[in-house]
Design a binder for this molecule. Sequence first.
Ligand code: K7E
Ligand code: CUA
Length: 667
Amino acid sequence: MGRTLKRTLLAGGIGLGLLVFVLSSCQQGGQTPGVSGLSKEAQSVIKERGLKPQDVVAALKTYLPTGQYDEYIMFSSGGHSGQVLVIGIPSMRLLRVIGVFTPEPWQGWGYSKETEEILAEGNVDGKKITWGDTHHPALSETDADYDGQFLFINDKAHARVAVIDLRDFETKQIVKNPIAISDHGGAMVTPNTEYVIEGGQYATPLGWKYASLDDYAKAYRGMVTLWKFDRKKGRIDKKQSFALELPPYWQDLFDAGKGVSEGWIFGNSFNTEMSTGGVEEGNPPFEAGASQRDMDYLHVINWKKAEEVVKAGKYKVINGFKVIPIETAVKEGILYFVPEPKSPHGVDVTPGGEYIVVAGKLDPHVTIYSFEKIQKAIQEKKFEGKDPYGVPILSFDAVVEAQVEVGLGPLHTQFDNQGYAYTSLFLESAVARWTLGGPYSKLHKEEPWTVVQKIPVHYNVGHIAAAEGDTKDPDGKYLVSLNKWSVDRFTNVGPLLPQNFQLIDISKPGTNMQLLYDMPIGLGEPHYAQIIKADKLNPWEVYPEIGWNPGTQSKDPNGITAGQEKIVRKGKTVEIWMTAVRSHYNPERVVVRKGDRVIWHITNIERAKDATHGFGLPLWNINLSIEPGETQTIEFVADKEGVFPFYCTEFCSALHLEMMGYFIVKP
Ligand code: K7E
Ligand code: CUA
C-alpha cells in the first residue's frame, strides 16, 4: 500500500477496516489470482479520482454488480408529474415510473380504452384533468406492517386518491373526493387498510360550492375522508366511504394510530387564525396571517366510533357523499383537539403507537404526545376550553410527554429499530437523529428525548423515508432524505434544477450516520416515499393467462390466442381481434371506410418474460404497451382517409422493424 494512500486512509478514519481489508489483499498475496491486480487498480482509481476513504466505503455500500438486486424498494411520489417512482435501495437505481394521474406514453397509460376510463374517473365535474400533484404514497398494511399488495397515492391539486395494484404495478382506480376540491393529508392507511385516509388542506365550502370569503368562518370547512378499501376487489368502495366535517382550519398531515392507538387517527392543522388573505386589499398575506397564534390544533379522531356513527345513519349527505357534521362528531366523542405549537407540519405515530410526534415547522421542537395521556384526559374531561365550533380542546400539559429541540424547521419524522427517531430540518438542511423514551429507552444507550447526531443534507429537506420507517416494525439500515433543492450538487442543466434524494446509512448507533449517495430526480416535485423490503413484493413476471385484462385482473372476453384473429364488420362498425408476437401482428392489413367506428382488441400472446410489444398508430393518439399475455382495446372513429402505418414501438426482436401493418381508411 502506498504511503500517501495509507496516510489518507488513516486521516479519513471512517470504514477504515473494510478498506484496509480490500486494499491489503494484494500485499498478502490474495487467495484468488487476479485479486492483487484488481486491488492495485482499485488503488490507482482511488488516487486518480481523489476519493476519500468515506467515499470508497459509500461506493462499496451502494454499488450493485450487474444482475444483483436491491434489498429494498422505495415508492416515491413523483410530485406534480402525477406519477410514482420506483427506486431500488441501496443502489438508488430508478426501476419503474408508474403512470397515475398523468398520461404516460411508454406504458401506454391513458392511450387505451381501459386506461382512458381510469383517468376519466378522476375528472372533476366532467372536466378532464391530465395532471396531479402526488404527495404521499401509502403501501397497504396488514397488522400495521407493509404487506406488499397495494399502493395508494393522493393528488393534492384535485383531492383524488389512486389505487395501484402491486401484482402488475399499474393504476387501477382513481377516486375524486365528492366534497373537497383539493387535499393534502393523504394517502395514509389504517393498520389493516380498512380505510385510506384523505385529509383536506385549504378550506372551501364543501361539495364544490360557492361562498364569499367574507363568510369564511360560517361557510368554509375542512374535512378528512375515510375511503373504505375492498381488498378482495382491489378497489375503494365509495358507498362505504365517508367524511368528517372539520372546522375551516387548514388540516395538514394525518397518520393512523397503531398498536395501542389503533382505531384513532391524528392530523394537524395550521391557519386556525382563519386568515383569508387579500394582501392586495391591505390584509396580512397568508404567510403572516396564518402564523399569528402560538398554537394550532392536533386533531384526535376516533375512526372506529365514526364508522359506527355512520352505520347508525347519523350523517348528512353532501354531493351524494356521507359526511359526519362537526356537532355530531363532538357529541359522539369522535373529535378532540390538542394544542400544538405554531403551524406544525408532520405528524407521525411511533412504531408501537404510544406517541404522536408533531414537528414544529416554525418552532424548533418536536412535541411528543402520549396516547395514554390523551385517553386519560378525554376520560377525565381535562379540557382547557372549546374552539369556536364546539370542539373540546384537551389541556396541553395533560397530554404532552416530551419536547425535543431538534433544530430549525422540523418537518417530518421516521423511526428505526434502535429506538431512534429521525426528523428532517428544512431550514437547517439536516436530519436529526434523536432518542425515543418510554419503552424505546432500552434500545439505545443515550438519554431519552435527546438529539444524538445531526447529519447535513443538500439541501432543504422535506420528507425523509426510513426502511419500513412508519410501520410497527421499522428496519433501520437506510434513510432517504428527499431534498427540495440541489443547488451545487450536480452539473448545471439550466435554471430548473433536479431535486436530490440522498441515501443515508443509519445502521450504526450513536453518531455514525453516513451519507452514501446522491440521486438527482429530474421530475418533480416528490414529497413522501415509503421503503419496503423487496422480498415482500411478489409481482407477476408475465400476466397469468393469455388474453388478460389488467383493468379487471381477469381474462378479457376479447382476449384471443393464435388462430382466433379476425376482422368483423357490422354496419358502420369494424371490430378487429389482433394478436402480437415476435415479430408480427396478425392481421397486418386493416381496411376500413372513412367514418367507420373502429374497435380494436390486441393481445400479446407471448409467454416469455419481458417480451413486450408496443402499438403506435399515428393521428388518433394511440400508443399501447402490451405486456406478455395482456389484451388492450382501443376505440375511435376513422374520420380521416389515408394510409397509416402502425408499428411496434418496443425493440422486441431482430425483425422488430418489420413488426408493422397498414391501417387504410378508404374515402
Ligand atoms: Cu411536501 Cu408531506 Cu405534502 Cu411535507 S408535504 S415536505
Ligand atoms: Cu414487437 Cu417490436
